[in-house]
Design a binder for this molecule. Structure first.
Ligand SMILES: C[S@@+](CC[C@H](N)C(=O)[O-])C[C@H]1O[C@@H](n2cnc3c(N)ncnc32)[C@H](O)[C@@H]1O
Length: 205
């Protein structure tokens, strides 16, 4: 992995989005480009390590991209079930082509309308995704809907992504508390020059 290219490539993600608007403008081309550059990215392993999951966990990955995080989950956590959501058809197609595990299910769907039952998940994660959403507040409310009481939302954002998107830990925190989540905690992890900011919070009840 060429970490020295981090800034340049993440910059391209954002310049694309700034010029063409958010989320919905992911195309076949940007999906392929993203898969090549970030399909396997240190933040995925960093998030999984920090989550500290136990056997049998049901985890929803919103904006799952090519599904690398979910494949890692299936490989490392016994009996885990991973559900990937992404609104970009070409991303979901790539994810399906790369994923063999029966433990992973992939859906082409919007973050604001998850095709999942109320209180059906233990964890919902947004990895380098919340800042892309056109309605992050609605997406966070939807995450809370599908969580079981005591379940957790985790938001992971690379430091570079904060630098280029203007997002901050404070803004993520506001979304977590705005959706009614409590016990908000913050940490970070790094590998090489990739720094992942993490905030997580618990659904009460
Ligand atoms: C920067 S990528 C992150 C992918 C993956 N989480 C990772 O860490 O490699 C952001 C993803 O969010 C997806 N996305 C953007 N807006 C979305 C929305 N409204 N609903 C669902 N997915 C969305 C995009 O299609 C893209 O795959």
């Amino acid at each position: 992995m060429a970490h020295s290219h981090t800034h340049q490539h993440l910059g391209l993600v954002h310049s694309h989005d700034h010029h063409h608007g958010p989320a919905g403008d992911w195309t076949d081309d940007t999906a392929r480009w993203y898969a090549e550059k970030f399909g396997d990215w240190p933040s995925q392993a960093l998030l999984l390590e920090q989550l500290g999951l136990s056997e049998g966990v049901v985890l929803v990955d919103v904006g799952c991209g090519t599904g690398a995080f979910l494949r890692m989950l299936a490989a490392r956590v016994p009996a885990a079930r991973g559900i990937g959501i992404d609104c970009t058809k070409s991303m979901v197609d790539l994810a399906r082509a790369k994923t063999e595990s029966d433990a992973v299910t992939l859906h082409e769907a919007d973050a604001t309308a998850l095709p999942l039952d109320d209180a059906s998940a233990d964890r919902v994660v947004f990895l380098n995704t919340l800042h892309h959403l056109s309605d992050p507040s609605a997406a966070m409310r939807e995450a809370v809907r599908v969580l079981r009481p005591g379940g957790q939302v985790w938001v992971g954002t690379d430091e570079d992504v904060y630098d280029m998107s203007g997002w901050t830990n404070g803004r993520v925190r506001d979304h977590l508390s705005g959706a009614g989540l409590g016990r908000i905690r913050q940490t970070s992890a790094h590998q090489g020059d990739v720094v992942l900011n993490l905030l997580y919070a618990v659904k009460g009840g």
